[in-house]
Design a protein around this ligand. Sequence first.
Ligand SMILES: NC(=O)C1=CN([C@@H]2O[C@H](COP(=O)(O)OP(=O)(O)OC[C@H]3O[C@@H](n4cnc5c(N)ncnc54)[C@H](O)[C@@H]3O)[C@@H](O)[C@H]2O)[C@@H](O)CC1
Ligand SMILES: [K+]
Length: 491
Amino acid sequence: MLGVWTTTQIRTAEDRLLARTPDGALMRKAAFGLATAVLDLLRERTGGTAGRRVTLLVGAGNNGGDALWAGVFLRRRSVAVTAVLLNPDRAHAAGLAALRRAGGRVSETLDDPDLVVDGIVGLQAHGPLRPAAAALVEQVEVPIVAVDLPSGVDPDTGAVDGPAVRAAVTVTFGARKPVHVLNTTHCGEVRLVDIGLGPELPDPDLIVLEPDDVGYAWRVPGPRDDKYTQGVTGIAAGSANYPGAAVLSSGAAVLATSGMVRYAGYAADVVRGRWPELVATGNVEDAGRVQAWVVGPGLGTGQAGRSILAAVLHEAVPTCVDADGITLLAANPALWDARDPDAPVVLTPHDREFARIAEPLGIKLGADRVAAARELAKRLDSVVLLKGNATVVAAPDGRTLVNPATSSWLATAGSGDVLTGLVGALLATGLDPWLAAGCAAWAHVRAGELAATADASATADEETGVPTPASRILEAIPGAIRAARSAVAAY
Ligand SMILES: NC(=O)C1=CN([C@@H]2O[C@H](COP(=O)(O)OP(=O)(O)OC[C@H]3O[C@@H](n4cnc5c(N)ncnc54)[C@H](O)[C@@H]3O)[C@@H](O)[C@H]2O)[C@@H](O)CC1
Ligand SMILES: [K+]
């Protein structure tokens, strides 16, 4: 499990650490780690380091100071270093003097570098890049190493509102900040340099699940288990017009766990034809006992869908409500009010569904997606899984995890139906609903990655992957589970 801390938490921890550390020591530790990453990238991109050219973009604060001190270390490895000072009067004085002594140059232009270091702004960043910085960044045609975070991106929300640095590598210090998991597109590869902050940090504000966390949580059958004891999943999805959603959600549940899956709805024949191991009936009341329901994908938003949703909520077991189920809930608050408050609910909205259900409660989905998901989770006393490039999963008690995307291939029709089936299957195993949603989101991303690359060792970025329809994501679920389970085995 990886921890993520807000900038306020980090500043407080840094102040405590600074108070018991000699002047400048932390910055030099940070800068040394930064220089190491720059050298690695230079080697990777140019085959060497000596004589290569690095330009530092230096802002007014300590972020620029880190860049200048890294320049000093780079000079010791015979790298030609140029510093462009965005605010010459306020550049970090000691760092600038040391760089000059080490033979670094100050220039007003980029000077045709092999690599650029973005030390424009760090923890104190507010709003988009200012015009002078934006103009410089726009001219850069080589890889950028961001100091602490890519300038122009909000450190706490990852939001971008105007020009911003898109880094190949981001080198951060002491602890991961929200930007590093909420906006992987602008951060690139994130490297964490230890500056001894650990003992000063409180509990993290957000967490990111790692493969072994998912592997531990994923229930597998033991010698005494049968098909019922592992949790039976019920799927109420699809309609006469949209049987596909039912096939995808049911399939994800069938592949996710070894327990039984039941289907209830208008697509029973189609679903049974595709998944013979599943037990299908026409309606929820006849489905038999399940430990968790999935309701919503492809249900339609008319009277028929409304009745199915009401029937599922009446069962009072852990339930994942998705897609049309969310739209129906938003339009029929009475259904929500009538549910058993002790039966956990996981809502899995995309942005528009989120707005439908949250806006009547006065909750707006703005730049701070974590805050919005938390607020809705609290207000509805439910787990909220807010889909997006980074998926946010908030529990009513405030626990929040982020599942960063590794590519955008999952943005495809039917992809959400697969995710819902995974959530439902994990709920049925009795897993804590917040963790169930988080593990499902992790497996979904991993399956998308496997499907897009067809290579278990690769991560799928836009350069190497191929479009991956939802049926392919579905087929890759066993590979994703295997990846999580083998991470446990390797431990
Ligand atoms: N405090 C510490 O213990 C450590 C701090 N470190 C570095 O210090 C950084 C924080 O330094 P500071 O607190 O000096 O603040 P920053 O360097 O983040 O900000 C400096 C200045 O940038 C300006 N600025 C704000 N938004 C801007 C924008 N959108 N475009 C252009 N300029 C903008 C502000 O006027 C601000 O004064 C961290 O990000 C990290 O890089 C590291 O050296 C590690 C240790
Ligand atoms: K920066």
